[in-house]
Structures are given as structure tokens and as C-alpha cells.
Design a protein around this ligand. Structure first.
Ligand SMILES: [Zn+2]
Length: 249
């Protein structure tokens, strides 16, 4: 039998969790039973993911987006009470890794997005090294680049820029990283890919000629937690299954 502690220690060390300054606690967020035979992975510790973990008789729900964000109220009421109540009732450990699971060079969301799209990573830079720059497999137009993203991520990306523009250098950071667009421009990218978009990026793209693609927060962060789960299955022999939901954001 594998213990929760063995899994947490392995994840903490592998992901170098202590090296990141984060907005939420990394590691164990809600304590369940001590022994772990089955893990469910999910991008977010949503009610749907928790209900799935209950139905699967999982001992651990492993996520990228847990709970207890700095911006949230501290009280355990409403939807948060409901989530925690279900976890406690079924003794399911809820374990979240946020930035450590974005940044890891192999298991991370950034690395896995590049792998899915066939991009070659050349360097990591910016805040906590969370930005990446590299090259696409071949020079293509922005329209072709966007089509490639759509077919891999199964979601139509929001594209800002000249669709005939030639794309070779790509910068990226999964999730809600639209605020890093300026740094991507300065790094010499032809296009910047992240999950979300805000009003300002439209103008920045227009005025600099660097294309911007909002490919979906969920869609760009679907892969890290899966490969982390698969790595745990391989390392500890635990059963792992993946939950996904059709999140359009
Ligand atoms: Zn995220």
C-alpha cells in the first residue's frame, strides 16, 4: 500500500514545489485517508471532479487548480463548503500543484503543451521562469498555426493578428498568463500563446504586429496533471484515472 505521505513527498521533490512563490498552497489541501490506492486527476477541484472521484472510490483527487486562493474569501461557506464537505465525508485527499505544475521541464503544463503542438523549447524566462520561447516545427501562417491548435486542443482559439503572418518563433505560458504578452514581444516572438485574453492584448498585438492567441485556460492546462498522475501510477503502482470536463474558458 502506498501512503499519502509517500506520494506528497515524491511530488514535492519532483516538482520542486518549495521553489515557487504561489497564490495557493501546493501539496495537501484537504486531508483524507492515509493510504492511497486510487487517484483521480483533474484540471480543477470542481464539484464535478469531486463527484467523479467519489463515484470512482478514489483516495486522492490530484489537481492543478485546488482551493484557498489568495483572492478568495477565507470563510468555508456556500460552494466551498459543499466541495469540502464531500471530500471529508468520503475521506478523499485533495492535492493541488499550481505553479510547480506549470513550470516543470517535463511534466509541466508548459512542457506538455509544447509536446502536444510539436514546439521546440529553447529557453524559459520571465517571472519564475514560467514563460517559454521556442520554434514551431515549420514556418507556417498564423491561420495554419491556429488550425493546428484547434485540432490538438479541440477548442477554437481566439486569434489576434494578420492571418497571413509567417510564424516560426512562438512564446507561450499556459493558463491566465495574458499579462506576460509584453515580455513575449520583447523576447522576439512572432506569436504568443496563452489560455486567456483581456482587452489590452488586442491593442498590443495590433500596435506591435506580434500575434496573440488565447487558446483556453482549461485547454492549455489539461496535460500536466495527467502526466503527473501517470508518473505516480508508474512510480507507485497506484490506479489513476483522468477526469475532464468540457470547459469553454
Ligand atoms: Zn491555471
Amino acid at each position: 500500500m502506498t501512503t499519502r505521505q509517500e506520494i506528497l513527498a515524491w511530488c514535492d521533490e519532483t516538482l520542486q514545489a518549495a521553489a515557487y512563490k504561489d497564490y495557493a498552497p501546493n501539496g495537501l489541501q484537504v486531508e483524507g485517508r492515509e493510504e492511497v490506492a486510487k487517484i483521480v486527476t483533474s484540471v480543477t477541484a470542481s464539484k464535478a471532479a469531486i463527484d467523479f472521484a467519489v463515484a470512482e472510490h478514489a483516495d486522492m483527487l490530484l489537481v492543478h487548480h485546488g482551493m484557498f486562493w489568495k483572492s478568495e474569501p477565507l470563510t468555508i461557506t456556500g460552494w466551498k463548503k459543499a466541495r469540502i464537505e464531500t471530500l471529508l465525508k468520503h475521506q478523499i485527499n485533495m492535492v493541488g500543484y499550481h505553479l510547480p505544475l506549470d513550470g516543470h521541464a517535463e511534466l509541466g503544463n508548459n512542457a506538455q503543451l509544447a509536446k502536444q503542438l510539436g514546439w521546440q523549447t529553447e529557453a524559459c524566462f520571465g517571472e519564475q521562469n514560467l514563460l517559454n520561447i521556442g520554434s514551431t516545427a515549420q514556418v507556417q501562417t498564423l491561420a495554419q498555426f491556429a488550425d493546428g491548435l484547434e485540432s490538438v486542443l479541440r477548442r477554437k482559439p481566439l486569434v489576434i493578428g494578420d492571418l497571413d503572418k509567417q510564424i516560426k518563433r512562438v512564446a507561450w505560458c499556459t493558463g491566465g498568463a495574458q499579462g506576460f504578452f509584453q515580455e513575449a514581444i520583447e523576447a522576439g516572438a512572432d506569436v504568443y500563446v496563452t489560455g486567456e485574453v483581456s482587452e489590452a492584448q488586442y491593442h498590443l498585438s495590433n500596435e506591435t504586429g506580434v500575434a496573440f492567441v488565447g487558446a483556453g485556460h482549461h485547454a492549455t492546462e489539461r496535460y500536466g496533471v495527467r502526466v503527473l498522475g501517470d508518473a505516480l501510477a508508474h512510480r507507485f503502482g497506484v490506479q489513476v484515472c483522468h477526469f475532464d470536463e468540457n470547459n469553454p474558458v
